[in-house]
Design a protein around this ligand. Structure first.
Ligand SMILES: CC(C)(COP(=O)(O)OP(=O)(O)OC[C@H]1O[C@@H](n2cnc3c(N)ncnc32)[C@H](O)[C@@H]1OP(=O)(O)O)[C@@H](O)C(=O)NCCC(=O)NCCS
Length: 161
């Protein structure tokens, strides 16, 4: 199925754009498919209405393939979520979204970006480290629902300035 979708779209390039309020249901659906605890349409609407929240999307045609979201205040930002549809993983899409997003945050005068990531999330850790994020903290046992008791959240930081 995945291979068929990719073949059908051939070498199509994704379109990148900022999310709008009408994207809330698609964002919530992709988030729910990507995380144990999903966020509702209403929660996404609330975030999209927040002037300090930036959400970048990647789409193929009308299909949402990935998004990244952060909240900024003064010269700091925190990445709240990033997800790519299972159909489009390992194609470099999250890397492109993250690079675009960091450029946008830099344009908003953000100098430092933080995030929390499950230390067992190999894909996400590789994504962030590849973009220049470095570990600045470790919260042991942060993920209580995790299959591995004591699994830690890594606090990562990237300096843009
Ligand atoms: C994490 C996620 C966004 C990565 O999206 P993606 O588009 O597949 O990532 P990319 O193709 O841009 O790959 C980024 C890096 O991670 C690596 N990677 C991707 N999937 C991987 C996996 N399953 N295992 C190990 N490394 C992986 C890639 O090789 C690449 O590293 P490189 O640049 O050194 O080659 C995606 O797996 C996802 O949506 N996961 C579920 C939600 C999630 O965990 N979000 C992060 C929460 S902090």
């Amino acid at each position: 199925m995945i291979a068929r979708v990719r073949r059908w779209l051939g070498g199509a390039e994704p379109a990148f754009s900022e999310a709008r309020i009408g994207d809330a249901p698609a964002l919530a659906a992709l988030h729910a498919a990507s995380f144990q605890r999903g966020w509702s349409d209403a929660e996404f609407e609330h975030l999209l209405l927040d002037r300090n929240v930036v959400v970048d999307c990647a789409t193929y045609g009308r299909q949402l393939a990935g998004f990244i979201m952060s909240r900024y205040a003064a010269d700091e930002a925190e990445i709240l979520s990033v997800a790519v549809s299972a159909n489009w993983r390992r194609c470099g899409l999250a890397g492109r979204l993250l690079a675009l997003h960091l450029r946008k945050l830099a344009g908003l005068r953000v100098q430092r970006v933080f995030l929390e990531v499950d230390e067992g999330n190999a894909a996400a850790c590789r994504l962030y480290r590849g973009a220049g994020f470095r570990e600045v903290g470790r919260r042991i046992g942060y993920y209580s629902e995790h299959a591995t008791p004591g699994a830690a959240a890594l606090v990562l930081r990237c300096d843009l300035a």
